[in-house]
Ligand binder design. Structure first.
Ligand code: PRX
Length: 635
């Protein structure tokens, strides 16, 4: 049994113990999992070299912890309830026993296809049960899964496959987002033109779409599974064997392949799921995130299954066939714990409250928020209209790199405050620093958020690029993990995350690097140079504005904007599309040639009075033109 914190005194004493005697604390949590061999050391290494390790010497398999350990007592309990995009299609469900069988079968299929321990398997699937089966089967044979969100473009998929030299791609013919088909296989075929490492593609026939089949390379899920053996002995994994790679955007360059390893990630995902949501044995849990993001990895799949929970998998979007769909799902499955993003909540608010008519929220006990700061209005609406003023809201702060939630209330235990992620979980030692790296010890303060010591769920490296890992997270403030987030602390010691302080933009909770978008924009033949910045957006939280310099004067601005937007959509994905394109003749630069995005950001936000001194710029004269064009053009 994973230890549960049941009241605020226990939280305080666990927290004290976790900092005072971390090895004992984490050993007591790890005891709640199933090990083939226990660790000989809880924790070693540090931030200086980024060589921290957890539960060294231990042997385990996470898929056994998610499935096999529940078979005896809860084999017939529902593990996955799958709700299709179209409410008229048949839902599907899997008990723990059924899911175990499917995972064993697919593990055998992977083996037959020549995949073995340490190989990287790319998974590019919609939100269907096969996605969970494929990821757990990878974990079962010791292959590393790299899941690519189904909304990413061919180019993004291709880049991710190349970076990790994936051997196999698991995809589907396609799926429907509302009434719009998404042609996954077609996009995969384009991506695979430049990925020699891929030997085979396994295709799920999901949406009955016509696809091209490449003989010798393409294989079909159903055919392979029909003949697969139903039993499989899980590979014995070392604690620090890689479990998955998940690509995420940073300030610079290409997306980073964040690597998580087996034991630490398992212990952290399992522990945080149980305690943050205060999950009880028969609770039905629904996290609306796509499994292509870390929230889906940790809290649609691993966290719930490690705890023997029933987890809902919804294929569709909130607005299909209408805005009442989510509420119907909550009523239909009697959801007890509901976890979503502020951007979704704001979309519902913008639609008025008619969609709530007839909804039955009586099953709900806990609500969660994740992915971006939740504004007070959204928090209050969520609390009153969905939580009926009785469900605690856990505003959970964390990142792809953290593996699981780091700062959050424990549901029903920590007193909440709108828009505050409140307090660190046991084992987490957050500090707020100024730009020089000085730790700000006053309780009430504001600065950049760092974490002072390692925790088991922490990413171990950027796949094949440890130098970049060190440079990104451990050099800005030596000895500390730099989160990239700004943060305030109030007189109760509560943390309020204010948003990214680097060149990362959060559009509808999706993490987008300015460099990725700029590189895509620069591919347009008319564009010489570009800079993108975020602006506040009522629903998306942030939207992207792009300033572009063109090779010659532009006669049809509208056409150019449309072309640039479609270039970004094609090269990165629709989520990265700029909201506005502003054509300028220069971008503000420092004397060393660095674009001053801070100035562009102030102009885009309409805070021109806060621009400050521009006399040290290489080209101060461009600022007036940019201000004027931002006001006038392309609104
Ligand atoms: O800026 C923070 C924001 O999301 C970033 C991490 O993004 P990603 O790796 O995609 O993971 C998202 C889901 C865990 C953080 O650096 N963020 C995440 N949760 C919150 C948040 N900002 C404010 N409040 C939160 N609860």
């Amino acid at each position: 049994m994973i230890p549960r914190i049941t009241n605020i005194q226990e939280y305080k004493s666990s927290y004290e113990q976790s900092l005072h005697d971390p090895d004992d604390f984490w050993a007591s949590i790890a005891e709640g999992f199933h090990w083939k061999k226990k660790w000989h050391r809880i924790h070693s290494g540090g931030f200086e070299k980024g060589d921290y390790k957890w539960f060294e010497g231990a042997k385990l398999n996470i898929s056994e912890n998610c499935l096999d350990v529940h078979l005896k007592s809860s084999g017939d309990k529902m593990a996955i309830l799958w709700e299709p995009n179209n409410p008229d299609d048949a839902p599907r469900s899997y008990t723990y026993r059924e899911l175990h069988t499917e995972v064993c079968k697919f593990a055998n299929v992977l083996k037959q296809t020549g995949i073995s321990k340490g190989d990287v398997v790319c998974i590019y699937l919609p939100m269907i049960p096969e996605l969970v089966i494929a990821m757990l089967a990878c974990a079962r044979i010791g292959a590393i899964h790299s899941i690519v969100f189904g909304g990413f473009s061919s180019a993004s998929l291709s880049g991710r496959i190349q970076d990790a030299a994936c051997r196999l791609l698991v995809t589907a013919d396609g799926f429907y987002r509302g009434d719009k088909p998404v042609l996954l296989k077609e996009m995969a075929d384009v991506a695979l033109r430049e990925t020699p490492s891929i030997k085979n593609v396994i295709i799920c026939n999901h949406a009955s779409l016509d696809i091209e089949v490449i003989a010798g390379r393409d294989l079909f899920w159903d055919q392979l599974m029909m003949h697969a053996e139903t039993s499989h002995t899980a590979e014995v994994m070392d604690a620090e064997d890689p479990l998955f790679i998940l690509y995420t955007s940073g300030s610079t360059g290409k997306p980073k392949g964040v690597l998580h390893t087996t034991a630490g990630y398992m212990v952290y995902a399992g522990f945080t799921f149980l305690n943050v949501f205060q999950f009880k044995k028969n609770d039905v849990f629904w996290c609306t995130a796509d499994i292509g993001w870390i929230t889906g990895h940790s809290y649609v799949v691993y966290g719930p299954l490690l705890n023997g929970a029933t987890t809902i998998l919804y294929e569709g979007i909130p607005s299909y066939p209408d805005w009442s769909r989510w509420w119907k799902i909550i009523s239909k499955y009697k959801v007890n714990i509901f976890y979503t993003a502020p951007t979704a909540i704001r979309s519902f608010i913008a639609k008025g409250n008619d969609h709530l008519n007839g909804a039955d929220f009586s099953s709900l006990k806990v609500l969660g928020s994740v992915g971006e700061p939740i504004n007070e209005e959204a928090w209050e609406w969520y609390h009153h209209f969905i939580g009926e003023a009785r469900c605690p809201i856990v505003d959970t702060w964390w990142q792809t790199e953290t593996g699981g939630i780091l700062i959050s209330p424990l549901a029903g235990i920590t007193a909440t405050k709108p828009s505050f992620a409140t307090l660190p979980l046991p084992g987490i030692d957050p500090v707020i620093v100024d730009t020089n790296g000085t730790i700000l010890n006053d309780i009430v303060t504001e600065g950049n958020l760092c974490i002072r010591r390692s925790w088991p769920g922490q990413a171990r490296t950027i796949y094949k690029d440890h130098e970049r890992f060190m440079a990104t997270y451990f050099t800005t403030y030596p000895g500390m993990y730099f989160t990239g987030d700004g943060c305030k602390r109030d007189s109760d010691g509560y943390f309020r995350i204010t948003g990214r302080v680097d060149d990362v933009i959060k559009v509808s909770g999706h993490r987008i690097g300015t460099a990725e978008v700029e590189n895509a924009i620069n591919e347009h033949p008319m564009v010489v140079e570009s800079a993108v910045v975020p602006v506040p957006h009522d629903i998306k939280g942030e939207a992207i504005i792009a300033f572009v310099i063109c090779v010659k004067s532009v006669s049809d601005h509208q056409l150019l904007a449309e072309e640039i937007i479609s270039t970004v959509s094609r090269l990165v994905g629709p989520i990265a599309k700029p909201e506005r394109i502003i054509v300028v003749t220069g971008l503000p630069k420092t004397r060393s040639g660095k674009i001053m995005r801070r100035i562009l950001r102030k102009i885009a936000e309409g805070h021109t009075e806060q621009i400050g001194d521009i006399s040290t710029l290489l080209n101060p004269e461009v600022v007036d033109e940019i201000k004027w064009k931002t006001l006038a053009e392309g609104k």
